[in-house]
Design a protein around this ligand. Structure first.
Ligand code: XMP
Length: 481
């Protein structure tokens, strides 16, 4: 299924778009009791609507029902299904759903039936099948809702009558045409990082504009061990050559004394943009091809769903300054990582790149807590290499989303060579995730953690302690900075 996330301010466009087969009104951290936007469009809805949590309450609020503040219900809850509507077809009479709300629907609008309830929520699901409007107080999109996928499938296939034939890899030609149209006969610059996003974006652009695409690799001194060489080896011929921009001292110079996470990202983003502009001027490029993907934009508070709150400034999205003269083209901006990987496989990206873990644009700088010093950078780089190498040996590399080491300023006492030593504390972070939006820490075998730990303290002289990060996202993020 192809879907787009759009802000509430564009709801009318979506409702009136003949190509949209159905609308899902998502959850929100706000209360509909203070909703001031005009939602009369819901009264005229001519296509199926599914409201989730806030969306469910919004339907009640707008269509003449009632929403009040309640005691709140959080986490896994047993839900009883009273009516098996098209939405709830095939769902067990007693099922487990994930709740996260305080407000709740206390009266359904006229013409609506109550389809499910929980112990403290009388209207856990409601519908008006005649109008094809459905609401659920719980979150079918969260995997803790046992039959959530079934409910979403029911909405798509039974209610909206979607066919389900959309495949990201079938959209390559369209993306190529779009770039041709946008860039025309001009030149475009693409900074590759060796990751699947920028590589795929570059290959699509190369298909579109051939040698008018100029690829560069900015060596900001924040890359992983051996990364520069391996990128050049695997991508140079595919992209018709890659020019390396030596910028290590520029970046490291600007990072001196910078400890604040957002400031670090801002500084790197700004320097990155300067390097890009200089390279573009040199190559005569007026366009910039970026491998931005959907979650980058959402978390930078710059999605089409622009009402999402900003979590971090991803330098490739939030940080490009207004003075940059380049026109930005983002051929993958509507896709999630798993979808990019499907396109990558079809377009000929080498498999070691497709399955390489995501690596953030600001590089190791976001894995060094506090100021980025040459020594901390060295520790982080060597330790991360050990973590990746051991995971690969254990055949677990592909099973996890990311695996790396983090270093900060904290030091701990150890004994090395019979002598007291004060050294860095390295934190190993290995997470599993589907799309980077949420993540869990990987339950690695103790023997593997043991090997990683002894190699790090054994091979990196400056390290005395190794810890393992066991916080999920949320509340943590994947990268520490
Ligand atoms: P967080 O740390 O926000 O990361 O949970 C989510 C995913 O995004 C990656 N990430 C970045 N990628 N530029 C990028 O291109 C960035 O500034 C950036 N910050 C985080 C992170 O590695 C994870 O996969």
């Amino acid at each position: 299924m192809y879907s787009e996330v759009i802000p509430a301010s564009r709801a009318r466009d979506a409702m009136e778009d003949p190509a949209a087969k159905g609308i899902i009104l998502s959850g929100s951290y706000r209360s509909v009791r203070s909703e001031s936007r005009d939602w009369s469009i819901l009264k005229e809805a001519k296509k199926p609507v599914l409201g989730i949590c806030y969306g469910h309450q919004l339907i009640a609020h707008v269509l003449g029902g009632e929403v009040q503040e309640g005691v709140g219900e959080y986490g896994r809850v047993e839900c009883r299904i009273a009516r098996r509507t098209k939405l709830l077809a095939g769902v067990r009479r007693r099922t487990v759903v994930w709740m996260s709300h305080r407000d709740h629907v206390t009266r359904t609008p006229d013409g609506f039936t109550v389809d499910a309830c929980t112990r403290s929520c009388k209207v856990a699901a409601m519908s008006c099948e005649k109008l094809q409007i459905y609401g659920v107080q719980f979150h079918p999109e969260v995997h803790h809702t046992r039959e959530g996928r079934k409910i979403l499938k029911n909405f798509l296939f039974r209610v909206c009558r979607c066919s389900g034939g959309w495949k990201p890899e079938d959209t390559i030609d369209h993306r190529v045409r779009q770039i041709k149209l946008t860039v025309g006969g001009e030149r475009a610059l693409c900074a590759v990082s060796g990751g699947v996003d920028s590589t795929t974006a570059a290959l699509i652009a190369r298909r579109a504009i051939g040698d008018n695409l100029r690829c560069i690799l900015i060596d900001h001194g924040l890359m992983r061990k051996g990364e520069r060489e391996s990128i050049l080896k695997s991508l140079s011929s595919l992209l018709g050559g890659i020019k390396v921009v030596e910028a290590q001292s520029r970046f490291l110079g600007r990072l001196k004394g910078v400890a604040d996470p957002e400031e670090k990202r801002r500084v790197i983003g700004e320097e990155y943009a300067k390097v890009l502009q200089e390279a573009a001027d040199e190559e005569g490029c007026s366009f910039l091809i970026q491998g931005t993907i959907y979650p980058d934009r959402v978390e930078s508070g710059r999605g089409q769903a622009s009402e999402a709150s900003r979590i971090k400034t991803h330098h490739n999205v939030g940080g490009l300054p207004s003075w940059l003269k380049l026109k930005v083209v983002e051929p993958l901006a509507d896709l999630y990582k798993d979808e990019v990987r499907k396109i990558a496989a079809k377009i000929g990206v080498p498999s070691e790149i497709i399955w390489r873990h995501p690596f953030p644009g600001p590089g190791l700088a976001v894995r060094v807590i506090g100021e980025v010093t040459p020594e901390k950078l060295h520790v982080c780089r060597e330790a991360s290499h050990i973590v990746e190498e051991e995971l690969k040996k254990a055949k677990l590399y592909r099973k996890v989303w990311q695996a790396f080491a983090v270093v900060g300023d904290d030091k701990a006492t150890g004994v090395k060579g019979d002598k007291r030593a004060l050294g860095y504390i390295v934190t190993v972070r290995v997470v599993t995730s589907v799309d980077g939006m949420t993540a869990d820490w990987a339950k690695l075998p103790h023997s593997l953690l043991d090997r990683i730990s002894s190699r790090i303290t054994g091979e990196i002289q400056q390290v005395t302690w190794v810890t393992y990060a066991i916080t999920t996202k949320p509340p943590a993020t994947i990268e520490p900075v």
